[in-house]
Design a protein around this ligand. Structure first.
Ligand code: F6R
Length: 243
């Protein structure tokens, strides 16, 4: 794994943006695996601005989002579908068919998981996967567990994840208890992975993911087995790596 330590979050976002733009210039129809949450917001803002200014053309990319809350549809202000359209997809003007997000309102969630894996397969897998990391080491919503789940699946969100994400909701009780997430199969099948980490609350998880045992208790640790991972992390997130 390559580790790029940046001075701050802005620099992290700049470097991530350069990497995505370079990859999209080489392959205009690139399949991007995409995370939500706070960490990639700077990246999306910069990508949208590069696109607007004609420095990058992102209109042909395909997006495969990692996850969605069960029970929240695209009309819900806090759904990941809404987040993606508001923060990225709308700003680069891509057609709906190119923007893929699991349907958190599907009546048959198991079928939705299979449909989503089929979408990923039909696009030939993910070219460049952008990941954040949970304070508990999760990637997507692959929470700490007894085994790594390969396929898209329904997951019960851990208390720590619900607490972390409560900042977006009016009250902690409103945070959904379950989500649909791609499994580690699609993530590890990506040709290249960019893992972004910012802030001191990620320091323990990042150190464990990069240098600890490979275990489903720290889902991000599986990335040690991927041949092409670039970690872009600010100084605070690297706090437990540098000693
Ligand atoms: C969400 C996702 C999650 C987040 C993680 C970090 O789509 O993939 O794994 O990346 O929870 O979230 P933030 O960036 O909000 O700290």
């Amino acid at each position: 794994m390559e580790l790029i330590e940046t001075g701050d979050y802005g620099q992290l976002s700049d470097i991530a943006c350069e990497e995505v733009c370079k990859a999209a210039a080489q392959k205009p129809h690139i399949v991007l695996g995409l995370a939500t949450g706070s960490t990639p917001l700077g990246l999306y803002e910069r990508l949208a601005s590069a696109h607007r200014q004609g420095k990058a053309n992102l209109s042909k990319v395909y997006g495969i989002n990692l996850d969605e809350y069960v029970g929240l549809g695209k009309e819900h202000a806090l759904s990941y579908a809404r987040y993606m359209w508001y923060n990225f997809y709308e700003l680069i003007g891509i057609p709906g068919e190119q923007a893929n997000i699991p349907d958190g309102l599907a009546t048959d969630l198991e079928s939705e998981c299979r449909r989503y894996d089929e979408v990923i397969r039909s696009l030939g897998g993910i070219d460049l996967q952008v990941l954040g990391i949970g304070a508990n080491g999760h990637i997507g919503f692959n929470e700490p567990a007894d085994f790594f789940a390969r396929d898209t699946h329904i997951v019960q969100l851990s208390d720590s994840t619900r607490q972390m994400n409560a900042r977006f909701f009016d009250s902690p009780q409103q945070v959904p208890t379950a989500a649909v997430t791609v499994g580690v199969g699609a993530i590890m099948g990506a040709k290249r992975i960019l893992l972004l980490a910012s802030g001191p609350e990620k320091a323990t998880a990042l150190a464990a993911a990069l240098y600890g045992a490979i275990t489903p208790r720290v889902p991000a640790s599986i990335l040690q087995l991927h041949p092409c991972v670039t970690v872009i992390a600010d100084r605070a997130a690297c706090g437990e790596i540098n000693g």
